[in-house]
Design a protein around this ligand. Structure first.
Ligand code: KIV
Ligand code: ZN
Length: 388
């Protein structure tokens, strides 16, 4: 079955870098941008050029080195922002300006002290102005998650007429439920005139832990771009995690959707971004966490040793992890001990295993995790004659 491609818009270097204390310098951003290009993301949001000379410089340098991906710069719906972004992107092979404005009643009232009609006017002006510099203009309706669908549809229609190529529907505050976010996309798909001329994009935040679920609901209902970050980094509780959405689409071919990402580079990329940003990946993080392919309870270990698929839905090699790990703890059974002992050179008979296992349990009760070097000590202490 041929699959529809969902574009992956990586915003690690813009929204991801908004993690407090995680400022990257231009050198670090260049290394990450090169890796993202190699990973196969379709768009790299390189920064917010007007925000600082450093960010301008990063977007400018990244534009020069990225070979395949579109390079994107963020702006507010402000002429000066757009001019500066266009200047920073001038050397990009495929430049995109990402401009927009808040559309929820709360943003219109409290941020802009304005009204709906004036907001549509500013949105159209910004897109038309950006079109003078680049062909590819993405419009974001900030806080679209809490924006009334009828009004959102009117905004989308107006900016498509002005030339927007992509419509970003951010759940800026991470408020939506998956059904609600999916229904929003469906509504726009069905009610915005000219929607076939633009690509709908999901941009979800993780305040309720729903960013990934919402993004998937978005593409199931017609969006064809997901904005995400490596390791789900981002403001507050973060953004949609790139590795999660890529692997969800790959593990569910029934959805008929896929991405251009080379999943075998996911683990390495996650480690690289974690080191450069100084933010550790939580051990139980899906896909790239240290425990994502680690099995520690006896029942699971026995199953995985017999057949990996009993407790694993992803082949670790597909995301660049060498192999699943069998972690030895006091909850481990004989199968796991025999498996790990064999790896360090001991082929135990059933009788020998019974003896070594008793010694192992005593040892494991004192230690959180039994390592390879401990296995030698345990076998020694068992005082049995084993060919090693
Ligand atoms: O979350 C958000 O609304 C954003 C926009 C600026 C795209 O990051
Ligand atoms: Zn965001």
């Amino acid at each position: 079955m041929s699959k529809d491609i969902v574009h992956i818009f990586d915003t690690t270097l813009r929204d991801g870098e908004q993690v407090p204390g995680c400022k990257l310098d231009t050198e670090q951003k260049l290394v990450i941008a090169e890796r993202l290009d190699e990973l196969g993301v379709d768009i790299i949001e390189a920064g917010f050029p007007i925000s600082s000379p450093g960010d301008f410089n990063s977007v400018d340098q990244i534009s020069k080195i990225v070979k395949n991906a579109t390079v994107c710069g963020l702006t507010r719906a402000v002429k000066k922002d757009i001019e500066v972004a266009a200047e920073a992107l001038k050397n990009a092979k495929r430049p995109r300006i990402h401009t927009g404005i808040g559309t929820s009643d709360s943003h219109i009232k409290h941020k802009f002290n304005s009204n709906r009609e004036a907001i549509i006017e500013r949105a159209v002006e910004a897109v038309s102005y950006a079109k003078k510099f680049v062909e590819d203009v993405e419009f974001y309706a900030e806080d679209a998650g809490r924006t009334d669908n009828d009004f959102l549809a009117r905004v989308c229609e107006a900016v498509i007429k002005a030339g927007a190529t992509v419509l970003n529907i951010p759940d800026t505050t991470g408020y939506c439920l998956p059904e609600e976010y999916g229904a929003k996309m469906k509504y726009l798909k069905e009610n915005v005139k000219g929607i076939h001329k633009a690509r709908l994009s999901c941009h979800c935040h993780n305040d309720l832990g729903l960013a990934t679920a919402n993004s998937i609901a978005g593409v199931v209902n017609g969006a064809r771009q997901i904005e995400c970050t490596i390791n789900g980094l981002g403001e507050r509780a973060g953004n949609t995690s790139l590795e999660e959405v890529v692997m969800i689409l790959r593990q569910h071919p029934d959805l008929g959707l896929d991405t251009n990402v080379n999943s075998r580079l996911l683990y390495d990329t996650s480690q690289m971004v974690s080191q450069k940003m100084g933010v550790m990946v939580q051990p139980n993080k899906a896909i790239v966490g240290a425990n994502a392919f680690a099995h520690s309870s006896g029942i699971h270990q026995d199953g995985v040793i017999k057949n990996r698929e009993t407790y694993e839905i992803i082949d670790p090699a597909d995301v660049g992890v060498n192999e699943s790990s069998i972690v030895l703890t006091a909850r481990s059974g004989r199968a796991a001990l025999a498996y790990r002992a064999k790896k360090v050179g001991y082929e135990l008979t059933k009788v020998q295993l019974d003896v070594v296992y008793q010694e192992f349990l005593n040892y494991a009760d004192r230690k959180k995790e039994v390592m390879d070097e401990d296995i030698h000590e345990i076998v020694e202490a068992s005082k049995i004659n084993i060919e090693s």
